[in-house]
Design a protein around this ligand. Structure first.
Ligand SMILES: NC(=O)c1ccc[n+]([C@@H]2O[C@H](COP(=O)([O-])OP(=O)(O)OC[C@H]3O[C@@H](n4cnc5c(N)ncnc54)[C@H](O)[C@@H]3O)[C@@H](O)[C@H]2O)c1
Ligand SMILES: [Zn+2]
Ligand SMILES: [Zn+2]
Length: 376
C-alpha cells in the first residue's frame, strides 16, 4: 500500500502532524486520523513510511486476538521508508537513507543477539509487553490520547518513530514499494524454510496456507532445492500463484474426507521431509506435524495464534519427528533484511509476484477486507 501525500516541509526537531490509520478498538474499521508524531528521542529514528504491506498478524490483532488493552493502536509492521530525522546518540543512520523497520530488534548485545542460533533479541515489545503486542511507550498521540505502536513499528502511518536497534538500512537503489514485503511476510516464510526447517536438496515439502507467508515458504523450499513441494489451501484460487513460486502438487482439504495428514502420507509413501504451517490454526499445526515422515520429518509453526494449545500424541515425536517454531523466518533483522533486499535486486528472490493490489493509505480498510476474503 502506498502512502500518498505532499507533506514536504522541514520538520526536523518538531512534532509532525500526519495521517495514520488508527484502530480505536477491536473489530472496528480503522479510521484515517491526523496524529502527532513526536521527535525521535535518544537512539530513535523518525521514518517517513513510503509503502507498507498488510499481514495477517495485523488482522489477528484487530479481529482474533484477545489483547483488549492493545488499543488504540496504529497497525502495520511490513513497511519501508526514508529516515526523516534521528535522535541523540544515533550514528548509524542519516536523514535520507532507505530503511525497513523491524518488529524484532537486533540490539547486538543481549545473549540471544550474541548467539547465531536465534533472532529472539530481549529488547523490544515481545519481551516487555506481549500482552498488548506493542511497546509500553509510544511516540504517537491523537485527539489527546496516547496511541500504541503495533509491534513497535506502526507502518499504517505516514511517519513513525523506531529505536535504531529495530531498523535495517537497505540498498539505496531498492524500490521501497516492493521491498516493504521483506519487513515481514516474505522474510518470514522464506526464512522458515531455509533457516528454521533447513530444507534439503531433493526433499519433499508441504506448505499449509498460501498467503504471502506460505507462498514465500514455497519459494524458500524451491530455492533450497526441494524436489516436490505440496501446496495446501482451502482456497483453490491460491494454487496458480503457488506454482509461480515452485509448488509441484496442490491439495485442497475440502476435496478429501480423511485427515489431510493421511492424504499427504499416501501421496508421499509415508510423509513429507519438511512441513510448514502458515495458517495460524492449531488443528492445521497438528496435521502439518503428522504429515511428516517418522524418523526425520521436521515441521515448523509459522502461523500466529496464542488462543489455544497445540496438541499431538507423544508417539509422533517419539518416532523421530521434530516440531519447531519460527519468528520472522529466524532472520536477525539488521543483518538479514539488507541481504534479502540484495537477493531481490540480484534476482535471486521474487517479490513483484507477491503484489496483487496497490492502494493509497485511505483505502486501508479495503485492503484488510481483501485479505479477510482471500482475494489477496
Ligand atoms: N511467525 C511469524 O513471525 C509470523 C510473521 C508473519 C505472519 N505470521 C502468521 O502467518 C500466518 C499467515 O499469514 P499471511 O499474511 O500469509 O495470511 P493470509 O491470510 O494471507 O493467508 C492464510 C492462508 O491460509 C489459508 N487457510 C486458512 N485455513 C486453512 C486450512 N484449514 N488449511 C489450509 N489453508 C488454510 C487461507 O485460505 C489463506 O490462503 C498468519 O497466522 C500470520 O499471523 C507469522
Ligand atoms: Zn507480519
Ligand atoms: Zn538483542
Amino acid at each position: 500500500m502506498e502512502s500518498k501525500f505532499s507533506f514536504e516541509s522541514i520538520c526536523i526537531g518538531k512534532v509532525i502532524k500526519c495521517k495514520a490509520a488508527v484502530a480505536w478498538e477491536a473489530n472496528k474499521p480503522l479510521v484515517i486520523e491526523e496524529i502527532e508524531v513526536d521527535v525521535p528521542h535518544a537512539n530513535e529514528i523518525r521514518i517517513k513510511i513510503i509503502a507498507t504491506g498488510v499481514c495477517h498478524t495485523d488482522l489477528y490483532h484487530l479481529f482474533e486476538g484477545k489483547h483488549k488493552d492493545g488499543f488504540p493502536v496504529v497497525l502495520g509492521h511490513e513497511g519501508a521508508g526514508i529516515v526523516e530525522s534521528v535522535g541523540p546518540g544515533v550514528t548509524e543512520f542519516q536523514p535520507g537513507e532507505k530503511v525497513i523497520p523491524l518488529f524484532i530488534s537486533q540490539c547486538g548485545e543481549c545473549r540471544f543477539c550474541q548467539s547465531p542460533k536465534t533472532n529472539q533479541c530481549v529488547k523490544g515489545w515481545a519481551n516487555e509487553s506481549p500482552d498488548v503486542m506493542s511497546p509500553k511507550e509510544t511516540r504517537f498521540t491523537c485527539k489527546g490520547r496516547k496511541v500504541l505502536q503495533f509491534l513497535g513499528t506502526s507502518t499504517f502511518s505516514q511517519y513513525t518513530v523506531v529505536n535504531q536497534i529495530a531498523v535495517a538500512k537497505i540498498d539505496p537503489s531498492a524500490p521501497l514499494d516492493t521491498v516493504c514485503l521483506l519487513g515481514c511476510g516474505v522474510c518470514t516464510g522464506f526464512g522458515a524454510a531455509v533457516n528454521t526447517a533447513k530444507v534439503e536438496p531433493g526433499s519433499t515439502c508441504a506448505v499449509f496456507g498460501l498467503g504471502a507467508v506460505g507462498l514465500a515458504a514455497v519459494m524458500g523450499c524451491h530455492s533450497a532445492g526441494a524436489k516436490r513441494i505440496i501446496a495446501v489451501d482451502l482456497n483453490p484460487d491460491k494454487f496458480e500463484k503457488a506454482k509461480v513460486f515452485g509448488a509441484t502438487d496442490f491439495v485442497n482439504p475440502n476435496d478429501h474426507s480423511e485427515p489431510i495428514s493421511q492424504v499427504l502420507s499416501k501421496m508421499t509413501n509415508g510423509g513429507v521431509d519438511f512441513s510448514l504451517e502458515c495458517v495460524g490454526n492449531v488443528g492445521v499445526m497438528r496435521n502439518a506435524l503428522e504429515s511428516c515422515l517418522k524418523g526425520w520429518g521436521v515441521s515448523v509453526l509459522v502461523g500466529w495464534t496464542d488462543l489455544h494449545d497445540v496438541a499431538t500424541r507423544p508417539i509422533q515425536l517419539i518416532a523421530g519427528r521434530t516440531w519447531k517454531g519460527s519468528m520472522f523466518g529466524g532472520f536477525k533483522g539488521k543483518d538479514g533484511v539488507p541481504k534479502m533486499v540484495k537477493a531481490y535486486l540480484d534476482k535471486k528472490v521474487k517479490l513483484d509476484e507477491f503484489i496483487t493490489h496497490r492502494m493509497p493509505l485511505e483505502s486501508v480498510n479495503d485492503a484488510i477486507d481483501l485479505m479477510k476474503h482471500g482475494k489477496w
